[in-house]
Design a protein. Structure first.
Length: 476
């Protein structure tokens, strides 16, 4: 059988009437309901998926530092390889899900199967500690982490995020993104707030077994929870996505100058995401190591602080999600970036003088929170805006493009900068490794302010939210 004609650049260039028209100034109407079943799916899979990513992005690193080696380089390698795997996986599997047609829907099979295997790989990660040779153990850590990332990116980054975009509408995308952020915080209560207590009481092995099992169970539940077939884009968008050539031809259209030009806002949002992500990855992989070894907090005490911090953040994001559709997205992102960057720089400058005063430790953590929360609030507006600008019929593929800017670039560049800062300014631990110092926050805060540049290049009118006028329910 002859191959169908390859996709043309026009298939991923916004056309009038599809989801990318969110910049229209339609200020009358209402916010479209998300739906109880969709709400339950987002909360369940969003929370358990974020638990798995929290384990990989935080406790995998701490486990390697505690049990295998205090050298920061292997952590940077693990983060970098994981980022590469996540990006390639999401790009390929997102495109495959765009092309999938079947009685179980286009996203559901990837979500269900991916979550089940994802949880299993997460649970067995600590088995690498049985390897006596440190060099071999480090290699296996990187390999197991990469395999886990493949299934996680297939299920969560590619399929679930595309499904969330499929069911959304301009008027409710900020609320959906707020739900996504809330699931990250709910996961943080377990993955960060309770994790230290669990590890202290149960050890790493039982900790990973339990949380990996939760992720697998959520995949099984999703089999019944997600409709078959799930909600999909409007008929004209599905038809647009059916005329496809090979996967390779689909990828080549991404570098077509016309595509880049016609999707200018989308790619400026991607660049903003990359710079913000690089800034965060300067300190995030080393955060718990910093708190435990520099500030001197034990895992269980840190957990108490984290539960309190996450509670405050949860309330803030819930409020932002409910009211952010009233404000211009560009304005919210600019305000959050400036506020968060300034407080993160202050954390890098002030925390060293607070270390000598145990009673001032909450203030040190407070500065970090004041740097983090505005960025999360800005992320609600950014995520909703990003979903609004995806070319219709190619949502899954652009989840992979998003990963280049959200994961690959930040997680390859950021931890390397962080490792260099730690090697330069860190405190030698006597074993050839270094204890992270507050300079990682100073570096991250300064870098984050450069994320303003691409946002300011976007016309402010494009940041307006299109409300539901009650007569366009066939669209996203």
């Amino acid at each position: 059988m002859d191959d169908p004609p390859p996709p043309t650049p026009s298939s991923i260039i916004p056309s009038p009437g599809h989801a990318s028209t969110g910049q229209e100034n339609e200020r009358t109407g209402k916010v479209r309901p998300i739906g109880l079943r969709n709400l339950a799916t987002i909360l369940l899979l969003g929370t358990t998926g974020q638990i798995a990513w929290l384990l990989e992005n935080n406790w995998f690193n701490v486990f390697v530092y505690d049990e295998i080696t205090t050298d920061p380089a292997p952590i940077a390698w693990m983060v970098g390889v994981s980022a590469i795997v996540a990006t390639i996986t999401t790009l390929v599997m997102g495109t495959v899900s765009d092309r999938t047609r079947g009685r179980f829907g286009k996203r559901k099979p990837f979500i269900v199967f991916g979550y089940v295997i994802w949880g299993i790989i997460t649970a067995i990660f600590p088995l690498v500690d049985w390897i006596q040779d440190v060099g071999i153990a480090v290699v296996m850590v990187v390999i197991v982490d990469a395999v886990m990332t493949f299934f996680g990116s297939t299920a969560n980054d590619a399929a679930l995020n595309a499904w969330i975009t499929d069911i959304g509408h301009s008027s409710n995308r900020n609320r959906i993104q707020s739900l996504n952020s809330i699931t990250a915080l709910l996961a943080s209560v377990v993955g960060l707030g309770l994790a230290g207590i669990m590890i202290q009481a149960l050890g790493y092995f039982i900790f990973f077994y339990l949380l990996g099992g939760i992720v697998t169970a959520s995949g099984i539940i999703a089999m019944a929870l997600i409709p078959s077939p799930e909600q999909v884009p409007a008929p004209e968008e599905v038809l647009q996505g059916q005329q496809r050539g090979s996967i390779w031809h689909e990828f080549t259209t991404l570098v077509d100058p016309r595509v880049l030009r016609e999707n200018r806002t989308l790619f400026l949002l991607f660049i903003n995401m990359a710079i913000s992500g690089i800034a965060a990855q300067v300190y995030t992989p080393y955060l718990f190591i910093f708190v435990e070894n520099y500030l001197g907090l034990t895992k269980d005490v840190l957990s108490v602080y984290m539960i309190f911090i996450l509670g405050i953040t949860l309330v803030v994001l819930a409020i932002v999600g409910m009211v952010s559709h009233r404000f211009n997205r560009r304005t919210l992102i600019v305000a959050g970036t400036i506020t968060g960057g300034i407080f993160m720089v202050l954390a890098g400058i002030v925390v060293p003088s607070l270390k000598a005063m145990p009673e001032a430790i909450p203030l040190a953590l407070g500065l970090y929170v004041l740097g983090m929360v505005p960025g999360l609030a800005a992320g609600v507006a950014h995520g909703g805006w990003l979903q609004e600008t995806y070319p219709s019929g190619n949502v899954g593929k652009f989840q992979g493009v998003r990963m280049i800017f959200m994961v690959l670039l930040p997680m390859v560049i950021g931890p390397g900068i962080g490792a260099a800062v730690i090697s330069t300014f860190g405190i030698p631990d006597g074993t050839g490794g270094f204890i992270p110092t507050p300079e990682i926050f100073l570096a991250g805060g300064v870098i984050s302010l450069f994320a303003l540049v691409p946002i300011l290049l976007i016309n402010k009118a494009e940041g307006l939210v299109k409300l539901d006028k009650g007569n366009d329910h066939g669209s996203k």
